[in-house]
Design a protein around this ligand. Sequence first.
Ligand SMILES: C[S@@+](CC[C@H](N)C(=O)[O-])C[C@H]1O[C@@H](n2cnc3c(N)ncnc32)[C@H](O)[C@@H]1O
Length: 293
Amino acid sequence: MCAPAFGTPSGTIYCGDNVAVLRRHISDRSVNLIYADPPFNSGHAYYATGKRREGPRFRDSWRWDDEAYQRALVESPASLAGALEALRLVLGESSALAYCAALAPCLGELRRVLKDTGSLYLHCDARMSHYLRLMLDALFGRERCRNEIVWAYRTGGAGKRHFARKHDVILFYTASDDYTFHPQRERVRYRKRFFGAQRDARGYYADVLLRDVWEVPAVINVSAERTGYPTQKPLALLERIVAASSNAGDVVLDPYCGSGTTLVAAQKLGRRWIGIDASEEAVWVARARLSQE
Ligand SMILES: C[S@@+](CC[C@H](N)C(=O)[O-])C[C@H]1O[C@@H](n2cnc3c(N)ncnc32)[C@H](O)[C@@H]1O
């Protein structure tokens, strides 16, 4: 199934496998900005908090499947198939390579639908980011990697045999060297006055250009924006990406839209949007959020 599940004048959400939806509904070079937040190869099943009995919302574990791997080679652009074969030398026939192969046809489709002035942000974590970066280098060209953004947050739980793993990686690529980019700023507070500092009721500050390390609070149980959909990303994170890499009226695509955070950010900032998710529940959650906007 890959029919539109929900539509407004600003956008459409499709329920189904993203590769099938992209092939059927989205034309070549029609999208200005893509944010993709696929499963991370965490090995976990994700449940809505407190609703374990209803079963997982989605699973994120991968098994080696030679047939699926061969299919991925055929269905991916040649450069990406080459990268998968290179990764096979490093990863062997493993769950990690199965995960890379599962993502490859979708990445190929995303490259196809991206406009020449467009950008792609791929959200992953330190377990797989280096392999995915190699795949995106093969697809876009190494020089088109603009940033490896580190999203740092503080959530509960930390191992005792290594430093607490509290960051995700967001790989930012552009389709060409002529791309939309609006520099963003963040407010930094200072104890003392210095040349150029501003002052408000809380003290001295400066609005400085945003670095590639972003401190944005994660969505936790008590967050006002929390929907209960697992792995929901903060709206503030997506607003930065949408504001930086698109203009009003542009089309923003999220092929793993989950609870619809990207679509809400796009709607708030006056962009058009397309969301895709294989889970019917995700589509319902996203739809409810968008209806409130
Ligand atoms: C990490 S979550 C996305 C969370 C989202 N960024 C948010 O803020 O709520 C990944 C999503 O990808 C969806 N998904 C996994 N495989 C998919 C596929 N092949 N096609 C479409 N959606 C898929 C899952 O159902 C899940 O909702």
